[in-house]
Design a protein around this ligand. Structure first.
Ligand SMILES: Cc1cc2nc3c(=O)[nH]c(=O)nc-3n(C[C@H](O)[C@H](O)[C@H](O)COP(=O)(O)O)c2cc1C
Length: 168
């Protein structure tokens, strides 16, 4: 498997914890951690296998640091890139916007030609609406620290098993 670039904000609490868990559980892969708050287009384009960590903020929006990188992403040709997203949200607190940020970022990356992988079942989650759902699947790994934190470990490990066959 080719080297993986894992992009997330180093200043987050929950997103950073999941990034560390992914790196630990994916011990047989070579993973570079990259801070999305200071990332350049060149750093993003350096990888063919990409993981992005994205919490949802502001009632269904991307956090500022991802939002600020969107214009750069919209200038990129991402054909040939395989991207897996993990999203963080709170299904009880924000049932109308659960994980919207995951869907927003996923759509942008797809529009630029990236192939999204790592889709997971919506079974086991309760919410009203989510931009991250397509054909009954989340467009990535769905993490809910507030309500289902005890499931993080098994969800991450199943997802990594899936990425082993879906990454290049
Ligand atoms: C002000 C605020 C707004 C939020 N908005 C949403 C939302 O619209 N949808 C959602 O699923 N989660 C929402 N959340 C939950 C966060 O995504 C969740 O707590 C996440 O784990 C935060 O990750 P972080 O610590 O890495 O930023 C919100 C949380 C806060 C505090």
């Amino acid at each position: 498997m080719k080297k993986i670039g894992l992009f997330y904000s180093f200043n987050t609490k929950n997103t950073s914890k999941i990034a560390e868990q992914i790196k630990k559980s994916f011990a047989d892969a070579e993973i570079d951690m990259v801070n999305v708050e200071t990332v350049t287009s060149g750093q993003f384009l350096a990888y063919d296998n990409i993981i992005c960590g994205v919490p949802t903020w502001f009632d269904g929006e991307l956090p500022n640091y991802w939002d600020e990188f969107v214009p750069d992403l919209e200038d990129m040709d991402l054909k040939g890139k395989t991207v897996a997203l993990y999203g963080l949200g709170d299904q009880k607190g924000y049932p109308e916007n659960f994980l919207d940020g995951l869907g927003i970022l996923g759509e942008i990356l797809e529009n630029q030609g990236a192939r999204l992988v790592g889709f997971t079942s919506v079974e086991g989650y309760t919410f009203e609406n989510s931009r991250a759902v397509r054909s009954d699947k989340f467009m990535g790994l769905a993490i809910d620290f507030e309500n289902q934190g005890s499931l993080n470990e098994e969800r991450i490990s199943a997802w990594i098993g899936q990425l082993r066959s879906e990454f290049q």
